[in-house]
Design a protein around this ligand. Structure first.
Ligand SMILES: *[C@@H]1O[C@H](CO)[C@@H](O)[C@H](O)[C@H]1NC(C)=O
Ligand SMILES: *[C@@H]1O[C@H](CO)[C@@H](O)[C@H](O)[C@H]1NC(C)=O
Ligand SMILES: *[C@@H]1O[C@H](CO)[C@@H](O)[C@H](O)[C@H]1NC(C)=O
Length: 429
């Protein structure tokens, strides 16, 4: 059937095969055009790299290291790097596309929109193998980037993103040798999975390492309660530990071939155990705990002590400084960092508190430059970075504040305080 409306107008209705050949050509070209524009809308890939130092990038010779965090944006996750100079001063360098997407957890308690992943450790660094790894919570993948020896803020993706072995990955850990990574998933399909890192190739899944946490969860995760917080290796790398905000640590044994015990044991304690750090020289873990302040898990005796930080609301992150020998507990709710000293007998005290205005610090990491420690915090509420100079025990000072919002806007990089997550550092040896 051919319905000819006007012979002059070629765009008439006809069954394809019965149309005149030039009309088929026109129709075909139009189809192809619309198909192409549809494809380009759907697959509009974010730029691979966004420069953040367009006016003046620091010289390699002035750069001793770098700090890394993610935008964790659902439209495309970027790993952002900043150079660190020998005075511990940061300068944003670039943002590289992870070929993955970020995500934001669901918060029925409506405490606030910051801390999208309810986690510490969404970005990690291997000093030994010189790479950065990050989770992509929206695309359920992990990406690795090689760190450039001359400028550690300059990154190159290794291989392709790999599946996280579950849904909504939120934290990862890298072993000392830099040849093994494990990650924890906090979504509907939750639990851990491990990989071998091969230089130049990337991550290869390790057999018998996908293990469930058996949490009744959703994708994205609903939290912060009842979600995993951080994944960690014991110092001898024979145990894999995950803090769960349901009052326990989950502990798997790691077999010599890297596979994990089928089931995890639990170390109960705390209310909402969050970030994990071993107490140096002890088989004990100090965990921040937004339910109370912090907890100390004595792994040998399977006992836990809980400590209050008066006035705290959301003490979720922590770092350790060798320079001061103390722990720093980061509270986004009251924008405060509490410096905690732990004794040989695992008793502890708050030695000093630092208030950071309305910075709203979340993920943090220490950069040691010439034996001087700098605490670099992702100041989520201020959409920036806040750097503290440790200066020994109970003597930290605010060293630098950096705004990221204006910079990202000028560079056309999607970046929002509610999504920002992760912090890791690398210092050139
Ligand atoms: C999982 O959680 C949902 C929502 O809270 C609840 O309705 C459901 O009963 C839970 N399932 C199990 C097996 O506990
Ligand atoms: C620690 O003790 C609890 C009981 O309080 C027990 O359920 C758990 O299995 C113990 N964990 C280990 C690692 O022995
Ligand atoms: C976040 O910043 C806003 C102003 O930008 C401020 O009103 C609010 O109190 C801050 N929140 C925290 C937790 O510091």
């Amino acid at each position: 059937m051919t319905v000819r409306i006007k012979p002059a107008c070629r765009l008439t209705l006809c069954i394809f095969a019965s149309c005149p050949p030039d009309m088929i050509r026109v129709t075909f070209s139009l189809l192809l055009l619309s198909l192409l524009s549809f494809v380009s809308i759907v697959t509009a890939t974010p730029p691979a790299r966004v420069t953040l130092c367009s006016t003046a990038c620091p010289a390699d010779s002035d750069t001793v290291g770098a700090a890394y965090f993610t935008t964790n944006e659902p439209s495309g996750n970027y790993l952002v790097s900043a150079t660190i100079d020998n005075n511990g001063i940061l300068a944003p360098f670039e943002a590289v596309y992870t070929e993955g997407t970020g995500a934001h957890g669901v918060r029925p308690d409506a405490i606030g929109p910051l801390d999208a992943l309810f986690s510490q450790g969404s970005v990690g660094v291997s000093n030994t193998q010189k790479f950065v790894a990050n989770v992509n919570a929206g695309s359920h993948t992990i990406t690795v980037f090689a760190i450039n020896g001359a400028n550690p803020a300059s990154l190159e993706m290794i291989g392709q993103p790999v599946s996280s072995g579950g849904e909504f990955p939120t934290s990862l850990v890298i072993n000392e040798a830099g040849n093994r990574i494990c990650a924890v998933n906090g979504g509907k399909v939750n639990g851990v999975s491990c990989y071998t890192f091969v230089p130049g190739i990337g991550l290869i899944p390790l057999e018998n390492t996908i293990r469930s946490l058996n949490l009744n969860q959703t994708t994205p995760a609903t939290g912060p309660a009842n979600t995993p917080s951080q994944i960690y290796f014991s110092p001898d790398e024979t145990q894999l530990i995950v803090s769960v905000k349901a009052g326990f640590l989950a502990v798997w044994d790691i077999n010599p071939d890297g596979s994990l015990s089928n089931n995890f044991k639990t170390i109960p304690g705390g209310i909402l155990p969050f970030s994990l750090l071993y107490v140096p020289g002890k088989n004990a873990i100090i965990a921040s705990d937004p339910g109370v302040g912090y907890d100390i898990f004595d792994v040998d005796t399977n006992t836990t002590a809980t400590f209050e930080i008066p006035g705290q609301t959301l003490t979720c992150w922590s770092v350790y400084s060798k320079e001061s020998g103390n722990f720093y507990m980061v509270d986004v709710g009251v924008s405060t960092i509490s410096e905690v000293h732990v004794t040989d007998t695992l008793s502890s005290s708050i030695v000093k508190q630092y208030t950071l205005g309305t910075d709203g610090p979340i993920d943090s990491a220490v950069a040691s430059v010439d034996k001087q420690d700098f605490i670099i915090s992702l100041a989520a509420n201020a959409t920036g970075l806040t750097v503290l100079h440790v200066n020994g025990p109970a003597a930290a000072t605010i060293h630098q504040r950096l705004d990221l919002a204006a910079l990202a806007e000028a560079a056309n990089l999607p970046l929002h305080s509610s999504n920002l997550q992760g912090m890791a550092t690398f210092i050139r040896k």
